[in-house]
Design a protein around this ligand. Sequence first.
Ligand SMILES: Cc1cc2nc3c(=O)[nH]c(=O)nc-3n(C[C@H](O)[C@H](O)[C@H](O)COP(=O)(O)O)c2cc1C
Length: 189
Amino acid sequence: MSEVLDFFSKRRSVTAKRMSEGNVLEEHLQLILNAGLRVPDHGGVKPWKISVIKGQRRKIFDEKIILNEFLKDNNNASEELIKMESSRFQRAHTVIAILSTPELDHKIPEWEQVLSAGAVCTTILYAAQALGYAAQWVTEWYAYNKNIIEELGGDPMKDKIAGFIYIGSKNKDPKERTRPNKDDYVSYY
Ligand SMILES: Cc1cc2nc3c(=O)[nH]c(=O)nc-3n(C[C@H](O)[C@H](O)[C@H](O)COP(=O)(O)O)c2cc1C
């Protein structure tokens, strides 16, 4: 089997909760981003934006943006919840936000442009995992917050956060999870 297929048949995500920060090398980050930008993209619309949050910026984003948005709807939150909401991005070394930024009224249907943003997410996820990092595709509540979309450079009227790819280091290899039974999802017409 090719090494690539071997990787695809075994890869697993490590949840943000279970990863530790570790260190994502700058040269690896660039490889991951380059891979993410090579996705299929009908018509070359490039209907996505990528924002990298790492280093001190994670703490700033956590405390000034995520926590602030959280408290608007939860002003009686417990200390425990405040701690969680003010440290979300700091679970990883690097968080890559992928926004779906479709061009509306374009000859390429919006649906296809959205799919391309999903492809950016999977490609970035797989590239990070191929380099041996712990990585997970996460949305959580803050992906659906209009101020957060705007903070990351999106237009909240039409853009969406396709995902945050959390990248850190593995504490241990994750156990396999139940995978779909092929016969239930694949048929031959
Ligand atoms: C669009 C999208 C959003 C997701 N958001 C979350 C999330 O917010 N929290 C979570 O625990 N898992 C989320 N997941 C699931 C995990 O990223 C992942 O699919 C799951 O842990 C199994 O990973 P694996 O099949 O890559 O091993 C999301 C998956 C997708 C496709």
